[in-house]
Design a protein around this ligand. Sequence first.
Ligand code: HPA
Length: 251
Amino acid sequence: MKTETDNRVVGIIGGTGLTSLAELEVVGRQAAATPYGVPSSALTRGSLQGQSVVFLSRHGNPHRIPPHEVNYRANIKALYDAGVRTVVGVNAVGGIHPDMEPACVVIPDQIIDYTWGRSGTFFEGDLENVTHIDFTWPYDQAARDILIQAATAHDVAFSGFGVYGATQGPRLETAAEVRRLEQDGCDLVGMTGMPEAALAAELGMRYVCLGLVVNRAAGKSDQVVSMEEIEAAIEKGMSGVHRILEASVAK
Ligand code: HPA
């Protein structure tokens, strides 16, 4: 992922179903530490299509840290300290919008934060100034365009818009909660989109979300949400995520 002004390191944060990136030519692994604690996993440095990439597994490797217990500040700060200035957050999500079927990719353009109790800012404690970052457009538009072009070129079924409703978890929603999310304008729902996006913005990093729909959100199909459905959608859709990642970072 290289915008005209940026040829620095790209960070990829893998979510459920993406605990490692097999296509990365690994050059090293680094156990990072930050003033906020340790990130969810060691940082894996490598090269993907000639682009310098740092990969981090959001839930640890193996997958063991639930969404509400992820140390988002340590993850973002560790990537920043590793030279990352553009972050692709890969997230498993539930589809609310009728087009967002399991195994479809979503590149959202907006987010609503329903999470609570998470450490969601670097601006606290003994501050010299009170800082309010602009967050009108939470996702970097140039990076979104690159992902959308890659999805189009590689024939991956995707939606190039969408409002991400970030819920607390770890339980899934009730059908009524999903109806409320829909009335609020949410098209997809997930548990890990925030505060990750805001923390990246606080450090001045470009951030983009690459969502993989792994189930219809609660009440949006005639079935309850099952782990089997989620696993099948990951199996079917993750190859599209890999194709988009490789094509977007290619130099
Ligand atoms: N809700 C919240 N988070 C999710 C879902 C969902 O339906 N699917 C995957 N992550």
